[in-house]
Design a protein around this ligand. Structure first.
Ligand SMILES: [Ca+2]
Ligand SMILES: [Ca+2]
Ligand SMILES: [Ca+2]
Length: 261
C-alpha cells in the first residue's frame, strides 16, 4: 500500500505536535512592567497567559484597606525597588495604620484547572523604623498556600535580608522587620517560594509586630513580579500523547509502505 501525501502530512504533523506541544509546564510571569494596577483598586485580575483561557491571576486586598495612603496601592518604580537595577515597576503599598493591630491581607488566586506550582515572588522593604518605640515594625504573617486538594502549606522557602528576620516554620512562618532598610536597597527583601505542590491560592498579611507602638506613621512595602508554572491539565496531556501515538503509528505505517513498494 502506498501512503497518500495527505496521510503523510497528517502523520508528520501529529508526530511534530507530540514533539513540540506536549504541555511543558512553561513558566508564566506577572511582570509589573507589562501589567499595571489601577491606583487605589482593591482587586484586579490579569490575563497574562494566552495558553490558559480568560484571566489567569486575581489579587484581592482585604482588611483595613481604608488605611492606604492616597493613590495606593499602585504600580510604580518608587518608593520601594528591592535594590533592583532599573528599577522595575512593582506593586507599591503605603499605609498609615491607627494602631499595631490593623493590617491588610493579600489573596492571590490562580485560575488554572490543575493549579500552578513553583510560585516565587519577593516583597521589598519589610523593615522597621529606627530604634524608637514610636516607629512601625513591618510584619508579613499568615503566609499560607491552598493546594488544589484544599489542603494548606507554608512557603517551602522564605528568605529574609539584613533588616528583617524570618521566624517559625510550616504554616506559621513570619517575616518581621528588625531595622531600617533604605527604600532603594535590598536590605528589606523577603523572597518567597511555594514549590512542589499544585496550588490555587496563596495569602499573606501585612501589619505590625506586637512590639510596635502604632503611632499613625506611614509604612509600606512592595510586591515584585510573581513567577509561577501552570500544572498541565490531565486532558491536555492525554490529547498530546494520543496525537503523538497516531503520528508515530502513521510514520511506521508509511515506512512499511515504502519498504513494501
Ligand atoms: Ca489567560
Ligand atoms: Ca517598610
Ligand atoms: Ca524602608
Amino acid at each position: 500500500m502506498k501512503s497518500t501525501p495527505s496521510f503523510r502530512l497528517i502523520a508528520g504533523l501529529a508526530a511534530l505536535a507530540f514533539a513540540v506541544w506536549v504541555p511543558s509546564g512553561k513558566a508564566v510571569l506577572l511582570d509589573w512592567d507589562l501589567y499595571s494596577w489601577t491606583p487605589s483598586a482593591l482587586t484586579q485580575s490579569f490575563d497574562i497567559d494566552p495558553l490558559n483561557p480568560g484571566n489567569d491571576i486575581t489579587i484581592t486586598i482585604t482588611g483595613d484597606t481604608g488605611k492606604f495612603n492616597l493613590g495606593y496601592p499602585v504600580t510604580a518604580t518608587a518608593p520601594f525597588t528591592g535594590g533592583l537595577a532599573g528599577p522595575p515597576s512593582a506593586l507599591q503599598n503605603l499605609l498609615t495604620f491607627d494602631n499595631k493591630t490593623q493590617a491588610v491581607t493579600y489573596t492571590v488566586d490562580f485560575h488554572y484547572a490543575s493549579g500552578v506550582t513553583d510560585v516565587a515572588f519577593t516583597l521589598f522593604d519589610i523593615d522597621a523604623g529606627v530604634a524608637d518605640i514610636n516607629q512601625p515594625i513591618d510584619q508579613i504573617r499568615g503566609n499560607v498556600a491552598t493546594l488544589t486538594d484544599s489542603s494548606t502549606m507554608g512557603p517551602t522557602s522564605l528568605t529574609g535580608s539584613v533588616q528583617n528576620t524570618v521566624t517559625g516554620s510550616g504554616l506559621s512562618q513570619v517575616v518581621t522587620g528588625t531595622g531600617p532598610a533604605g527604600n532603594t536597597s535590598a536590605d528589606g527583601n523577603a523572597a518567597f517560594q511555594y514549590n512542589g505542590a499544585a496550588l490555587s491560592q496563596f495569602v499573606f498579611t501585612f501589619g505590625n509586630d506586637a512590639a510596635a507602638y502604632g503611632s499613625g506613621l506611614a509604612q509600606g512595602f512592595a510586591l515584585g513580579d510573581i513567577n509561577f508554572t501552570p500544572v498541565p491539565e490531565a486532558g491536555a496531556v492525554l490529547a498530546c500523547a494520543t496525537a503523538g501515538l497516531i503520528g508515530v503509528w502513521g510514520l511506521r505505517r508509511m515506512r512499511r509502505a515504502t519498504v513494501d513498494s
